[in-house]
Ligand binder design. Structure first.
Ligand code: FE2
Length: 391
């Protein structure tokens, strides 16, 4: 396949998948926003289209006309360089444009993108190609957010709706046997992205780190293991928690992971396929950094740093849950922000957040990399996040 054909096929496949996963939704499901961090499906569909329109079509295609002059205001997320926008918590207040019109907007952007790609882009300037890849990676990130945001929204509904009978991925993952620890030797390890292939700017700056002897678990923590922590009074022992975690726990009356409910003395778990009894030996999910840290304290061990995780990743299976690390989200040596709006993609979030490594079952196919650095605030737990222990 020639490059142009490959580019347009990849573009179509990834764009189609976003629509594919919306298929079981009813029109009303597209609009609701349950919290500031969770965007409605309609907004996700518009925003990912806006990304291609703003960063490629409007900049590189002289024939391109905006679908609607007002849409950038609706679908810009956090790019100050790209202008004013609807407040984040107001994304669910928009009954217009209708779902139908947002699909028409997508089609308009797709048609323009495909003819732009098929004519070979802009003559004498190849810089759009990196933005095309960034736009596709961005779309895949929003596909994972589609699942996590929809789950959060459905969970707020007293009817606890189901997405469908089956998901394209398994939410419940059975743990393999007993947890064992893998030992790694002290020494110098290479960290960060190198070579060809896509990486976000926050993974660049390939560098060496010195690690001391450490051990890391060969699998993630299960529901059973976490239940022992709950039953042992883990949520009421302040000695296990950070100061701000203890305040968070008390203020929000936290007693269990997100989506756990106690029904007649029995723990239940809400998933996109409905409310079910907790499966004992399946991998724990929807856990905050605060909880992951407290659990490790209770176990008498700790969380790995992101460097230990990366140094050891060939030794264990990953990709089922985003794995909490004990590393603050900071720039690697030599980190450079791109000029303009795309420079806002990662760099400006490098304060007060923690790094999660790996990928989750909800991560789109082809979006997993061992150098990937995801990041969230320490209290956030609506992602498919879990715990790997280290010592
Ligand atoms: Fe985005």
């Amino acid at each position: 396949m020639n490059t142009i054909k490959k580019q347009s096929e990849r573009f179509k496949n990834i764009r189609n998948y976003s629509e594919e996963i919306c298929k079981p939704l009813e029109t009303e499901d597209y609009v609701v926003q349950s919290d500031m961090f969770a965007s409605p499906p309609k907004w996700n569909l518009g925003h990912t289209s806006w990304f291609f329109e703003t960063f490629i079509l409007a900049n590189y295609d002289s024939e391109y006309k905006l679908y609607n002059e007002r849409f950038p205001f609706l679908f810009n997320s956090y790019y100050n360089n790209a202008g004013d926008r609807v407040k984040r918590h107001k994304r669910g207040d928009l009954s217009r444009p209708t779902v139908k019109e947002v699909y028409a907007y997508r089609k308009y952007v797709d048609d323009a993108m495909l003819s732009f790609i098929e004519k070979g882009g802009k003559a004498g300037d190849n810089s759009w190609k990196a933005l095309l890849e960034l736009g596709l990676q961005h779309e895949q990130q929003h596909q994972e957010l589609f699942w996590t945001d929809l789950k959060h929204t459905f969970f707020q509904n007293p009817l606890l709706p189901k997405y469908a009978k089956h998901l394209p991925f398994e939410e419940e993952t059975l743990a393999e046997e007993e947890m064992k620890f893998i030992a790694l030797k002290e020494g110098i390890y290479q960290i960060g992205h190198s070579g060809d292939g896509f990486a976000y700017d926050n993974e660049l700056g390939h560098h060496k780190v010195y690690l001391h002897d450490f051990q890391i678990a060969d699998r993630l923590v299960t529901n059973t293991e976490y239940l022992e922590f709950i039953e042992d009074g883990g949520y009421s022992d302040f000695n296990l928690w950070h100061d701000e975690a203890w305040a968070w726990l008390n203020e929000n009356k936290m007693t269990a992971p997100l989506y756990w409910l106690k029904n007649d003395g029995e723990w239940m778990n809400y998933s996109l396929t409905g409310l079910k009894t907790i499966e004992p030996n399946t991998l724990l999910k929807h856990i905050s950094y605060y909880e992951a840290f407290a659990f490790a304290q209770w176990k008498g061990v700790r969380l790995p740093t992101e460097f230990e995780w990366e140094a050891a990743q060939q030794e264990f299976k990953w990709g089922q849950r985003w794995e909490h690390t004990n590393s603050a989200y900071l720039p690697y040596p030599g980190f450079q922000k791109a000029a303009g709006a795309v420079g806002e993609y990662n760099g400006k979030f490098m304060v007060n957040q923690m790094v999660l490594r790996g990928a989750s079952v909800a991560t789109s196919p082809g979006h997993q990399r061992f150098t990937y650095r995801n990041f969230f605030h320490p209290w956030e737990r609506w992602q498919y996040s879990g715990i790997r222990l280290a010592k």
